[in-house]
Structures are given as C-alpha cells and as structure tokens.
Design a protein around this ligand. Sequence first.
Ligand SMILES: [Zn+2]
Length: 181
Amino acid sequence: MKTTEQKTDQGSQETMPQKFSVLLEKEQLIFSAAHFITFAGNICESIHGHNYRVRCEVTGELDENGYVVDFIALRDALEAIVRQLDHKVLLAAQSSRIEIQEQGDEVIATFEQRRWVFPRDNCMLLPIANTTAELIAKFIVDQLMELGDPRIDNAINEIALGVDENEGQWGTYRTPWRSGA
Ligand SMILES: [Zn+2]
C-alpha cells in the first residue's frame, strides 16, 4: 500500500513504474468440454469437443514478500472455476441464435430446424453470447472477480486470461482488475 501512495505522488511521472507479472499455465487448468458456435449469421457448427487449456497472466506491484500474487491462491481459484466446465456441454445462454430452454432435468437447445436435448447435469449454461474461446476466457475472469478473494483482489492490477481450444488457438480476454463484491 505504501508503495502505491509513493508512486502517485507528484513528480513521479518521470520514472516509469516497475511492472511485474506472473504467468500460470498448469495441467490443473486443462478441461475437456463439448460446444458448438454460431457464426456468419446462420451457420452453426456441429457439436464437438476440445481439450481446452487456460493460461493466466496477472500484473501487479511486488508485495512485501517480493511477489505479485500468491501463485497457489490464484491457481486454486482458477482450478475451481475450470472444474465447473470440465466434462460438460458448454451452452451460450445469451445467444441470439440458439434458444436454450431448461425443462425439468433436461436442457433443450434449438437452432432453426436443429434441436439438441441434453441431461441438465451434463450442461454448463454460460452467460455469454457464443462459446468462443474469447468469451469463455471472459467468463472465467468474471468468475474470478466475483469470487472476491482478497489475496487476489489486493494484488492484481491487470489480468490477461487465454483459452486455447486447439493446440495453439488462443482466445484472450485482457482487462484492468476490479474486484466484484
Ligand atoms: Zn470448437
């Protein structure tokens, strides 16, 4: 906290603030899921799966321990979010093209003449418009912010979270950090 105050003092503009970041790309942050996206208006993919990989880089100032954030706290928080997606059918609940209905123990997805029926507990309905890697990345960051873990909230200034859906096809969401709750 003291270093933050010093850096915002007048006259500090002459020296560039030091930036540090940590990067997490762990086996615990791999998940397997099914999805299908819509694109170019009226095209809808067939359902298929990916072994998704998550990579997270956060930027902040060094604390009294000399690190940006507790690696383990960040890893565990991300892992808990990622586990919710593992072995699920990812559905975009805010899609304007695919209609999602929850009926009892089932979820029914409809796109024009096509219809998919899934057991409810096999699905993860995400508050996004399409299940692209970029928007899945945003979902994970939003969840991390909502978690409100002070070890993370107090440490991070910026986050860049990437989701790889196919061995080197990354979608990334990058944003200044603002804690949710
Ligand atoms: Zn895909």
